[in-house]
Ligand binder design. Structure first.
Ligand code: NAP
Length: 334
């Protein structure tokens, strides 16, 4: 099978397609032909050697994938050859930048016919993160004011749709005219351009848009300096969920920006959550059903073939994506 292999840390150019022997499913495992694989920031960080978990090459990247089961190992019940499934994993476990992957049956979720395998493969990381942070950490509900940073990103574009679908009042922040115009199409209440705001203009704008209260829930998908802005933007009794540090920079904060508001700061990291026993399957089933109902859609910027995995990484690194960047390992890409 063809896979994108990371032989050494470096720039996008280190991503090479190589031939490896076809894998065989062991007990409790299935073999999947991978028709969709998500490209995520964690892949870019792992490739460059900056990821805090520091996986070591040689690596097959890709933590989320969807495809069709082509073989069952011994002792697999409830799944069948030809079934469409999605899986959440980690680099090399098995790594979905590959035509095929062997996955433990306990990691799989069946994909309904109404959802394409590319869309399904986009769910586990970005959409699963948005879902968990909004609902389980942020208590998402109708009428709640929700501030989402980097709203045109993979996580952000999922979050604004899930929040709007729940009846929340969404304030979306994105960088530049093209992204703010794109975000405005998703039925959000307000869109702010981060490139046009300096100093404390963002919390001031959020206060103005919420009758002086601030946002009841802030989804901080950026970190660094933006986290300080998130603390200034949160309402009395509100919640800030911090899940990223895109700029790989520290945050300088003033605790007086949040403790007088009795605000809550929650952290989220999906890999650590999985390691501490989180079973993502029920949430993924809910997301698949939500997608099948057409209440939301997965915005896909581009679908690349395995040969163009480095282009896919460049697209993310250049901040050129609107929504998700995907690979079609066993298909053509576009
Ligand atoms: N904790 C977790 O478990 C978890 C799970 C999923 C993702 N994440 C993290 O969440 C973040 C968002 O993920 P994603 O998949 O939505 O990412 P993405 O689609 O690549 O979008 C990242 C966006 O962040 C904004 N940004 C602001 N400052 C930036 C900077 N200095 N460098 C690069 N981008 C910057 C950009 O949007 P603008 O151009 O609009 O500013 C950029 O498009 C990433 O850091 C990712 O690693 C964490």
């Amino acid at each position: 099978m063809r896979v994108v292999q990371l032989k050494e840390f470096g720039g996008p150019e280190v991503l090479d397609v190589v031939e490896l022997p076809d894998p065989t499913p062991g007990p409790g495992q299935v073999l999947i032909t991978i028709e969709g694989a998500g490209v995520n920031s964690v892949d870019v960080l792992t490739r460059s050697g900056s990821y805090h978990k520091m996986f070591r090459p040689p690596l097959i990247l890709g933590s989320e994938g969807a495809g069709t089961i082509t073989a069952l190992g011994p002792d697999v019940a409830g799944l069948h050859v030809g079934q469409r499934v999605l899986a959440l994993g980690r680099p090399n476990l098995p790594g979905f930048y590959a035509e095929q992957a062997v996955v433990g049956a306990e990691w799989l979720v069946p994909v309904p016919d109404e959802v394409s395998l590319i869309d399904a493969a986009a769910l586990p990381i970005a959409w699963g993160t948005a879902w968990y942070c909004l609902n389980r950490l942020g208590g998402l509900h109708a009428g709640q004011s929700v501030l989402v940073h980097a709203a045109a990103s993979g996580v952000g574009s999922a979050a604004i749709q899930l929040a709007a679908a729940a009846g929340a009042k969404v304030i979306a922040v994105a960088g530049g005219e093209a992204k703010t115009a794109w975000v405005a199409e998703f039925g959000v209440e307000h869109v702010l351009d981060s490139q046009a705001l300096t100093g404390d203009q963002l919390p001031a704008q959020v206060a103005e848009l919420t009758d002086g209260r601030g946002a009841e829930l802030v989804l901080d998908t950026v970190g660094g300096e933006v986290f300080a802005q998130s603390l200034k933007s949160v309402a009395y009794g509100g919640t800030v969920v911090a899940l990223a540090n895109v700029a790989l920079a520290p945050s300088i904060i003033d605790v007086r920006d949040f403790y007088p508001k009795n605000a809550t700061i929650r952290g989220f990291q999906i890999t650590n959550l999985l390691e501490h026993g989180y079973d993502p399957r029920p949430d993924l089933e809910t997301l698949l059903a939500t997608l099948a109902s057409k209440a939301v859609r997965v915005p896909v910027t581009a679908v690349y073939g395995l040969d163009d995995a480095s282009e896919a990484h460049r697209r993310l690194e250049d901040r050129g994506n609107h929504g998700k960047v995907m690979l079609a390992p066993a298909g053509e890409g576009s």
